[in-house]
Design a binder for this molecule. Structure first.
Ligand SMILES: [Zn+2]
Length: 293
């Protein structure tokens, strides 16, 4: 059983380790998730000085096709699939130890993380869970991509994927972000890439570990492996988006609707929400200075 009492903060009951290849570096890497009672989700590099990198927007270094978190020179890449699984299954605190500079690609989805979390189970902590509720709709936009976050009683994500490509076209998927729906409908959706991107990405030092084992490759006239869902690509976008929203550092209750968009736009939504929370907090605590202006 992996569902938690929704009112209490949680951690993992026991540690687990997964090994594999880094999708961008192509190197052999490993990740170990350990219990923690506080501090949120924190990454540590096994091969670097003992610096902890909180899973928070303030640690976000870059989004070159994955979410890189860093504290000074110490960095860890491709964090989004694990963060997505931790958030969706309800893990508030964990120590994540990474051997290498990137998390393993596994099969390109979050399925193995979900299975590992289900295997070890969760443990409730003494602290009540804190929710982040939106006081108003929030909208961010970048070119033809946009994300709208609406106040809602629970966390839900809708993604509209649209590629001018005969093998993809338009896909619209909506998913409630609860452990059961995530495990069945979102976690198995794999990373995808277009065959024509491969050379360019490799020139930039990216996707060196990408293969048919961890990526659904889309050729101009066919898809090179069988799909797990007809709309697997939009589902994977939801998986990535949940992982990026975990950088809020608090559990969001909102309906987040994205049209196109990826890691960079997700990060600007997180920034905008955090900014509004601070303003909101400032208004509440500084009531004597409130004015109509
Ligand atoms: Zn992804």
């Amino acid at each position: 059983m992996y569902t938690s009492n929704l009112d209490l903060q949680t951690t993992v009951r026991d540690s687990f380790t997964l090994r594999g290849v880094g999708i961008h570096s192509g190197e052999a890497v490993a990740v170990t998730v350990q219990p923690a009672c506080e501090g949120g989700i924190r990454f540590h590099r096994a091969d670097q000085p003992a610096v902890s990198i909180p899973a928070h927007l303030s640690s976000l270094q870059a989004t070159p096709r994955c979410t890189v978190l860093a504290a000074g020179e110490i960095r860890v890449a491709t964090t989004e699939h694990l963060l997505s699984a931790l958030w969706a299954l309800g893990v508030d605190h964990a120590r994540v130890l990474v051997e290498g500079d990137e998390l393993p690609a596994l099969d390109g989805s979050a399925l193995e993380y979900v299975q590992a979390l289900q295997r070890v189970g969760l443990r409730d902590l003494d602290q009540p869970r804190e929710w982040l509720d939106l006081a108003q709709p929030v909208w961010v936009r970048q070119g033809d991509a946009s994300i709208l976050a609406l106040p809602a009683p629970a966390f839900k994500v809708t993604y509209v994927l649209e590629y001018d490509h005969p093998m993809v076209g338009t896909q619209v998927v909506s998913a409630d972000v609860d452990p059961g729906t995530f495990a069945e409908q979102v976690a198995p959706a794999r990373t995808f890439g277009f065959l024509e991107w491969a050379e360019e990405l490799r020139k930039r030092g990216l996707a060196r570990g990408a293969s048919l084992e961890n990526t659904v490759v889309i050729a101009p006239d066919r898809i090179l492996s069988p799909l797990r869902f007809a709309d697997e690509f939009a589902r994977h976008k939801i998986l990535d988006m949940i992982g990026d929203l975990a950088l809020l550092g608090r559990r969001l209750r909102a309906h987040v609707i994205a049209v196109r968009g990826g890691h960079a736009l997700n990060a600007s939504l997180v920034g905008r929400i955090l900014e509004l929370c601070q303003l909101d907090g400032a208004t509440r605590s500084g009531s004597s200075h409130e004015s109509a202006g």
